[in-house]
Write a protein that binds this ligand. Structure first.
Ligand SMILES: Cc1cc2nc3c(=O)[nH]c(=O)nc-3n(C[C@H](O)[C@H](O)[C@H](O)COP(=O)(O)OP(=O)(O)OC[C@H]3O[C@@H](n4cnc5c(N)ncnc54)[C@H](O)[C@@H]3O)c2cc1C
Length: 559
């Protein structure tokens, strides 16, 4: 199969769909491709909570206050130019989504804005009940469907970008349903493939969040930044068993009702770690993660190795008013919050790092743009609640507009010969293999969780590097596969190829950063070190990974 388009958008989460809409509205022909179903894979559709945006709808606010909070949370590493875009243009996107009928919750006719940790005032919009991500995705899917100039295809796993004379000219993909190779010629390509949390054993991700976009961009010559900063969500559901619900669903409960975080001895404990909580949910994610893990290590964890989250002080009526039908879904899971606490523990949730982009969302590589969680830098060392969906929408819209501008008057530079190496991976059969790729993925996830998790040491990180290298050596250069529809051996191989490369970069960057900052905590180097107020970039040079430190201020000044 061969497709020709002006703009190729890889990934149809919030960023990809908004990019496709913006590019098509600016007159470009768009091909929107996703390895999952359009608008139903990745993180956006799973998000149930809030979108941070300085609307000032209920409390006076201004994007500069949102920016100040974002920069503070980023612990000195925030790319202020990107963060400013996020905060300044967020309101426009959120109001545009409102006009498109997303259904933001309202009070007295005003969009409701909830308080969330790290924000200086109520700033987070949402869709009731725990429906923010599904509503955002559905709205964007509807607009995509109505917008002329967008072709879309699910089941398209993009395997590599194609380059000619250093410029990205399209991509090679595997059509999962048929096993057929696909080449795509594009005058501009937007990577909107989301994050990498599937690399971790306990994660809030969908199966297709294994860091593909970082690997695609890196192999195409673009640098990555801040890759050591993986955000752990402190109160991911742990016990009792919860079926059919988002593992991070307790956050909205906390926004609305506070809730009490207790250790195994049923005592409040966060004040031991510098942030007293009085049921108002003010503790930031990195501090809460730290506090829970340290309580568990001190032998004061809950029975399954986390902390208790209790709403037992809330009346049944208050719970029902706040969460309506969700209370019935909890009851179906035998959870009655008026009578019992739940257990929660940190879970890999979001990635602050990503591809280096300028204010137009263009990368260093001509023809390659990036959007959403795939972009690095806007949140520095730690992301504020609600900033990720805003980031997806704002950066998606920008990337789409920039791509449309770029392709005007541009000719296709795609040459089939440039696609040969990637096509070989899609079609080649490495022959009989006893490689257990499923077990390899499990080993990688366990290694990342145990050795490259929220608390790191040189010994742990070095062990992780060895395991990652062993897995990469075992994987080899050519995939095993049978060329049949839904060729799982080939898909796992391709996933591991990306995941191992990205895991290696996270590990190397974490090894190098000899300090603790935001989401990167080194037990052997506690505390922030002024000399480390730098971003780390990663590049592939001649197949070798090269890490460099880039002064944050210099980067900002240079852009
Ligand atoms: C459970 C959960 C809850 C969250 N809740 C919130 C919240 O309440 N508020 C908030 O601000 N943030 C939240 N986040 C984070 C936020 O949802 C994401 O950062 C954001 O939605 C990312 O959007 P995106 O478009 O960049 O990527 P995604 O929505 O992840 O979309 C990426 C798409 O790329 C596709 N893809 C990946 N690789 C390939 C490939 N090789 N080829 C083709 N397609 C590919 C995937 O299938 C997917 O559809 C949450 C995240 C999770 C996981």
């Amino acid at each position: 199969m061969h497709v020709e388009t002006d703009v190729l958008v890889i990934g149809s989460g919030g960023a990809g769909m908004y990019a496709a809409i913006a590019a098509a509205r600016a007159g470009a022909q768009v091909f929107l491709a996703d390895r999952s179903l359009i608008g139903r894979g990745g993180a956006t559709v799973m998000a149930q909570m809030t979108v941070a945006v300085a609307l000032g709808a209920q409390t006076p606010d201004h994007w500069s206050h949102h920016l100040a909070d974002t920069i503070r949370a980023g612990r000195g590493l925030t790319d202020e130019r990107l963060a400013r875009l996020l905060c300044e243009e967020g309101p426009e996107c959120i109001l545009e989504m409102d006009r498109w009928g997303v259904g933001w919750a309202r009070q007295d006719g005003h969009i409701t804005q909830a308080m969330a940790p790290g924000h200086d005032r109520p700033r987070c919009a949402y869709v009731d009940f725990l429906n923010t991500g599904p509503a955002v995705s559905k709205t964007l899917r509807t607009v995509v469907n109505k917008t002329a100039g967008i072709r879309k295809a699910g089941d398209i796993l993009v395997v590599d970008l194609v380059r000619h004379d250093g410029e990205v000219t399209g991509a090679v993909a595997l059509h999962l349903g048929s096993g057929a190779p696909v080449t795509i010629a594009a005058k501009a390509t937007i990577v909107a493939t989301g994050g990498l949390t599937r690399l971790y054993r306990r994660n809030s991700a969908s199966a297709n969040m294994g860091g593909d976009g970082y690997a695609l961009a890196l192999r195409a010559g673009a640098p990555l930044v801040d890759m050591e900063f993986v955000q752990f969500f402190p109160i991911g559901h742990l016990a009792p068993r919860l079926i059919g619900m988002d593992p991070i669903m307790w956050d909205p409960f906390r926004y609305k009702l506070g809730g009490r975080l207790l250790n195994g001895e049923r005592q409040e404990f966060t004040s031991r770690y510098g942030t007293p909580e009085d049921g108002k949910y003010v503790i930031t994610r990195d501090l809460a993660t730290y506090a829970i893990i340290k309580e568990v290590e001190a032998g004061r964890g809950s029975p399954h190795g986390g902390a208790y989250l209790s709403f037992e002080h809330c009346s049944a009526a208050a719970l029902r008013e706040a969460f309506g039908p969700v209370i019935d879904r909890l009851a179906a899971n035998h959870i009655d919050l008026t009578k019992m606490p739940v257990e929660v523990a940190p879970i890999a949730h979001y990635h602050m790092g990503g591809v280096v982009a300028d204010a137009r969302m263009e990368t260093e590589v001509p023809g390659l743009l990036v959007a959403g969680e795939a972009v690095g830098g806007a949140n520095g060392a730690n992301r504020l609640s609600g900033n990720a969906i805003t980031e997806a929408l704002v950066f998606g819209r920008r990337a789409g507009a920039s791509a449309a501008e770029r392709v005007r008057g541009q000719r296709q530079a795609f040459r089939p010969a440039d696609a040969r190496a990637a096509l070989d991976l899609v079609t080649a059969d490495g022959g009989p293999s006893d490689l257990n790729t499923a077990a390899m993925i499990q080993t990688l996830q366990a290694t990342m969780a145990d050795e490259v998790g929220p608390f790191r040491t040189q010994a742990k990180l070095t062990r992780a590097r060895t395991t990652i290298d062993e897995l990469a050596a075992a994987l080899g250069e050519r995939p095993a596969g049978d060329g049949q529809p839904f060729d799982m051996r080939r898909i796992d191989w391709l996933d591991l190829r990306n995941a191992l490369l990205v895991a290696r970069i996270v590990t190397e960057a974490a090894l190098k950063r000899a300090e603790s900052r935001g989401a990167h905590q080194r037990e052997d180097f506690p505390g922030m070190v002024p000399e480390w107020q730098v971003n780390q970039t990663a590049r592939l040079r001649g197949g070798r990974l090269v890490l460099s430190s880039v002064p944050v201020a210099a980067e900002v000044a240079a852009q």
